[in-house]
Ligand binder design. Structure first.
Ligand code: KIV
Ligand code: NA
Length: 274
């Protein structure tokens, strides 16, 4: 299994290959993705993708733990990281530690991810010095949707751009092992990647980032409520699943399914009585 130090060492400027990351919320997706990824993130985006919430704000510790456990059962190779949900870490380093430790104990994952910049640096340091590897997350931070007023690309102006660079550096200096850079202007993601010593994982970041991440249901075409610019759809599994449901419904309604081969104890071909 890939460890946190394995991921931490993946700086492309040192010749490393890009870190391939995807989200996973269930054992089924974890099993399908694991052979192809380096890191699986149990993202709190599950609140929107699986539960139909408008944002990630309402996601709970119990939800993250249940899905984290499912993903661990389906993973052999990838490093599994679990998002800390809104409200579980912002209050103090001590409360963050208590909740992160609960995730580590109950899930058995390799580390946790928290959103935030300078204001979270003390917490990142507190956790990582006490045995809990932390992945950072700067730029577009979905847990700040209410203060930001929506999900918008970050760092358009010079002042905002500089703030994101300062945030990323603070999290790296505090001891994070990697950092997600989401929804920021490409030159800023490139600059952060150049200026910090831990891998940057881009989503709406830059091809220069040390790794990339997408939400699996977005890239597979299963979640189609909206498509941010940074999502690339590699398949249309949503249409495939809907088509399977349509075929099944037709066959049930017409009496074609189930056939004798799907039934137990059918002794001989008899005319169907339906
Ligand atoms: O929750 C999530 O899926 C994430 C990734 C998009 C980075 O935080
Ligand atoms: Na998240």
């Amino acid at each position: 299994k890939l460890t946190v130090p394995d991921i931490r060492a993946r700086k492309r400027r040192d010749g490393a290959k890009p870190v391939v990351c995807l989200t996973a919320y269930t054992v089924l997706t974890a099993r399908l993705l694991d052979a192809h990824t380096d890191l699986l993130l149990v993202g709190d985006s599950l609140g929107m993708v699986l539960y139909g919430l408008d944002s990630t704000i309402a996601v709970t510790m119990d939800m993250m733990i249940a899905h984290g456990q499912a993903v661990m059962r389906g993973t052999k190779r990838s490093c599994v990281i679990v998002d800390m949900p809104f409200g579980s870490y912002q209050e103090s380093p001590q409360i963050a530690f208590r909740n992160a430790a609960r995730i580590m104990k109950e899930v058995g994952c390799a580390g946790v991810k928290i959103e935030g910049g300078v204001e979270m640096a003390e917490t990142v340091k507190f956790l990582s010095e006490r045995g809990i590897p932390v992945m950072g997350h700067v730029g577009l931070m979905p847990q700040s949707v209410n203060t930001a007023g929506g999900f918008k690309a970050q760092g358009r102006g010079d002042v905002e751009a500089q703030r994101i660079v300062v945030d990323a550096k603070a999290i790296a200096d505090a001891g994070a092992f990697a950092i997600v850079v989401e929804g920021i202007m490409e030159p800023i993601a490139r600059r952060i990647t150049d200026e910090i010593d831990i891998p940057t994982i881009g989503i709406g970041g830059s091809p220069a980032c040390d790794g990339q991440i997408l939400v699996t249901e977005d890239m597979a075409g299963l979640f189609t409520d909206f498509k941010p610019r940074f999502v690339k759809r590699y398949m249309d599994l949503g249409s495939g699943l809907a088509e399977a449901a349509r075929l099944y419904a037709d066959e049930v309604r017409s009496g074609t399914f189930p056939g004798d081969e799907h039934c137990f104890g059918v002794v001989k071909k008899t005319p169907k009585h339906r």
